[in-house]
Design a binder for this molecule. Structure first.
Ligand code: NDP
Length: 297
């Protein structure tokens, strides 16, 4: 790939939705682009759009990121991209449904596209970025990353999806600590429902959602502004970012429980753990139905 002197961004899942919105915005901002996804016709259509603000190079890389060969090809491309300033790990799909009915192959694909691919592509991008002392990685997570204590309904059944997105948040936050002195920024962007093709094939009718989905362009505006603000976790619809610090503070409190002493309640087990009837669930174990927010993507 020839160097042009312009900054370069690689966007996965660029053939529609949030990824296509990133492509349009970054092209207008003066980036050369590499667009990654499986649907060549979509990518070629986007790449053929005339540049509005001066010359741009837009390249297309067709790859299935759940396929080992496809992932390796994207890693090689990223490692060889001159002046790579921004990697947007955005590709994904919902795979919603009760876990006990989830096709194991779909579970693997969810983990492949939302966990393995962003991890490996970030690993491929960072050495050159840290070597230059600037650059950024945006991982598109989801508000569902924070939904583990909420039951399904109205939230979708999506334990694997939510856990994969939670991985992205923890991965990004931990990486931000590692990279603090390097000049390279990382961000986990956590939108709620967004008006894209994401829900196609899930059986969920976007028109029947109790809330209006966000425009994908607004997600991009939030994410790029959050990079400038230095936010590691970007929640596009969250008014007061202090809630994110509260969340981190609660997590830090849990991490304090790492001494050698066993908590007293574990020393007084009253019933054998093999009993058929589990003990009654305490109110703090899980939020009660009816208290949950509207569906999040
Ligand atoms: P879209 O369905 O519009 O876009 C998904 C993109 O991912 C497409 O470009 C698709 O391209 C690509 N993709 C999917 N699977 C693969 C694969 N195996 N290999 C390569 N590319 C793949 O949905 P969104 O734009 O909404 O989704 C983008 C991201 O945003 C996802 O990670 C999603 O989890 C997240 N998100 C979405 C929300 C929503 O409500 N829409 C809310 C919160 C987060 P192709 O099919 O051509 O391969």
């Amino acid at each position: 790939m020839a160097a042009t002197g312009r900054p370069h961004a690689v966007i996965t899942g660029a053939s529609s939705g949030i990824g296509a919105a990133f492509a349009a915005r970054l092209a207008a901002d003066g980036y050369d682009l590499t667009l990654v996804a499986r649907r060549r016709d979509r990518l070629d259509g986007l790449a053929a759009k005339p540049a509005e603000n001066g010359p741009r190079t837009v390249e297309v890389h067709v790859a299935d990121l759940t396929d080992p060969g496809g992932l390796r090809s994207a890693e090689d491309l990223i490692a060889a991209t001159p002046n790579l300033q921004l990697l947007v790990n955005n590709a994904g799909f919902a795979g919603y449904g009760p876990f006990t009915a989830l096709n194991p192959a779909v579970a693997s694909a969810l983990i492949g596209v939302h966990v393995t691919a962003p991890t490996r592509l970030t690993r491929a991008a960072l050495p050159a970025m840290t070597g230059r002392g600037h650059g950024a990685v945006i991982n598109i997570a989801s508000l569902l990353a924070f939904s583990g204590s909420l039951p399904p309904g109205p939230l979708p059944f999506g334990a694997t999806y939510a856990a994969a997105k939670a991985y992205l948040v923890t991965f990004t936050c931990a990486l931000a600590g590692e990279l603090a002195a390097t000049g390279v920024r990382v961000q986990a962007c956590c939108p709620g429902p967004v008006a894209t093709e994401f829900l196609h094939g899930t059986g969920i009718d976007p028109a029947r959602l109790p809330i209006t989905p966000m425009d994908p362009g607004d997600v991009v505006t939030a994410s790029l502004t959050a990079l400038d603000l230095g936010e590691t976790v970007c929640i596009p619809g969250l008014g007061d970012p202090a809630a994110i610090e509260d969340y981190h503070a609660a997590a830090r409190q849990l991490v304090q429980a790492r001494g050698p002493a066993l908590a007293s309640r574990y020393l007084t087990t009253a019933v054998p753990h093999t009993q058929a009837e589990p003990p009654a669930r305490r109110p703090t174990d899980h939020a009660r139905p009816g208290k949950s927010p509207a569906p999040a993507g």
